[in-house]
Design a protein around this ligand. Structure first.
Ligand code: GLN
Length: 479
């Protein structure tokens, strides 16, 4: 019964005393015990912390007090997000025993709103990857097709929700890591605008791109989680002071008459024919809902992957300099300070992280900075301009989330470039800072999920959620 819970459902069951928060969390832990050995989606469980929270919620119920919006809702947190007292490894050996002394703001807000944190989810090391195969703790399996990847880097957060091991979860998205695993695991998953959700406590990969966002089994629950975690945080100077709209009421608004852009540049070569078929069927649903479809151009799309992998690796090389064996994390002693640094970083980081540190250091080095990093930043500005131009003509943009359906474990690990190229539809919105959601849009051959991506203008989360909700209500998941 763990698979069918919604946020409203939990609240109603608690209020009607059909189940206690403690019993519900217990049911989820039982299910996790059964399924996790196969899926490898949880890296750590936090039953004591969950117990403190369920006791608080059950006391509110017993006293007949009003319940907070996420009362008793079992959630899971990606392991790159700091949780006080619970290991936060970032999927890396270098942080194997790291226990943060504080909570990320998003985690703190979830708990204040009544959510019950079950544990931490597996991910690509430092969120670098698209398949969850770069985790030092082994890959996660896709619960819908066990021989396939769940997507990445937030593969564990997507898998636990899809498998009914949590009602919702938090992931992070730097170049697609929420939207793509959402698409691969057949659930809605959302990245808000850059600045919409505080990054305080998010262990940095590429700070100008990193964002925290929710996974859930339906759009309404994605909206409910975003509602709680969004908003200004004095601990993150890039978090916006813009007011947080009431997403849960906004999503009910009719979508008739909205103008939706279809970027020709995204429907080019390289898209799997099965994905194309489902996305075209999905677009038809919007037509039936009374939306107007508009052909648009996003002329700088071809340069997005190159710009993303320059900017993201440059920032990563700087952010990951802090893992030096001195302050926290792994330390491998050597006969000098330099040799200790070398040994620690050599043993602690995996191959993909090392590749990116080397690449990022290179693009920032004297003589190459102008040719690569500066050029990358200029391309980023052009891509952001593509989006601004498009949003003068349309209310939202529709694209596939991924050019391919979930692939087999091991199928793409030998060729990092092939892995990078699969990020083509997601990195554009990351570079532009706009919000994007992936919503389920049918299954190829009835088994392999496809995700439809909806982009909105900066801080247009309500519009994105409204369209995703209408699509879901109109049967988008089964086109
Ligand atoms: N797949 C992309 C990468 O490997 C995106 C990762 C992310 O969004 N964290 O960088």
């Amino acid at each position: 019964m763990t698979g069918n819970w919604t946020i409203d459902g939990v609240k109603e069951a608690l209020a009607a005393k059909k189940v206690s928060a403690r019993e519900l969390a217990g049911d989820f832990y039982k299910r996790i015990e059964e399924r996790n050995p196969e899926l490898n989606a949880f890296l750590a469980l936090s039953p004591e912390r969950a117990r403190r929270q369920t006791d608080r919620i059950d006391a509110l119920v017993a006293e007949g007090k009003p319940l907070p919006p996420l009362a008793g809702v079992p959630v899971a947190i990606k392991d790159v997000i700091s949780t006080r007292g619970i290991t936060s490894t970032c999927g890396s050996k270098i942080l194997q025993n790291y226990v943060p002394p504080y909570d990320a703001t998003a985690v703190e807000r979830l708990e204040v709103a009544g959510a019950v944190i079950l544990g931490k989810t597996n991910c690509d090391e430092f969120a670098m990857g698209s398949s969850n195969e770069n985790s030092a703790y082994g890959p996660v399996k896709n619960p819908l097709a066990l021989d396939r990847v769940p997507g990445g880097s937030s593969g564990g957060s997507a898998a636990v929700v899809a498998a009914g091991l949590a009602v919702a979860s938090l992931g992070t998205d730097t170049g697609g890591s929420i939207r793509q695993p959402g698409s691969f695991c057949g659930i809605p998953a959302m990245m808000g605008s850059y600045g919409r959700v505080s990054r305080y406590g998010l262990i940095a990969f590429a700070s100008s791109l990193d964002r925290i966002g929710p996974f859930a089994n339906r759009v309404k629950d994605v909206a409910a989680i975003l509602q709680v975690i969004a908003g200004r945080d004095p601990n993150d100077s890039t978090s916006t002071t813009a007011a947080v709209p009431d997403y849960r009421s906004e999503i009910e608004k009719p979508v008739k008459g909205l103008r939706l852009g279809i970027p020709k540049d995204y429907f080019a070569e390289g898209m799997d024919s099965g994905v194309r078929e489902k996305i075209e069927a999905g677009i038809e649903i919007f037509k039936k809902l009374g939306c107007e479809l508009v052909d648009i151009r996003m002329p700088h799309t071809d340069y997005a992957i190159a710009a993303y992998y320059i900017i993201a690796t440059a920032e990563a090389s700087s952010n990951l300099a802090r893992y030096d064996g001195v302050r926290y994390g792994l330390r491998v002693d050597g006969d000098s300070l330099i040799s200790m640094y070398r040994k620690t970083r050599g043993a602690g980081f995996g191959a993909e992280v090392k590749r990116r540190i080397v690449l990022g250091t290179y693009v920032l080095s004297a003589g190459y900075y102008d040719a690569y990093y500066l050029k990358g930043q200029k391309v980023r500005a052009l891509i952001a301009q593509d989006f601004r131009d498009a949003f003068t003509k349309v209310d939202a943009i529709l694209t596939p989330t991924s050019p391919v359906p979930p692939f087999k474990l091991g199928e793409r690990t030998a060729d990092p470039l092939q892995m990078y190229l699969a990020d083509i539809y997601t990195v554009t919105g990351s570079l532009a800072g706009v919000p994007g959601i992936s919503v389920p849009c049918g299954k190829i051959g009835g088994t392999l999920p496809v995700g439809l991506q909806i982009f909105g203008p900066a801080f247009g989360e309500a519009r994105v959620l409204q369209l995703a909700h209408a699509f879901e209500q109109a049967g988008g998941a089964t086109v």
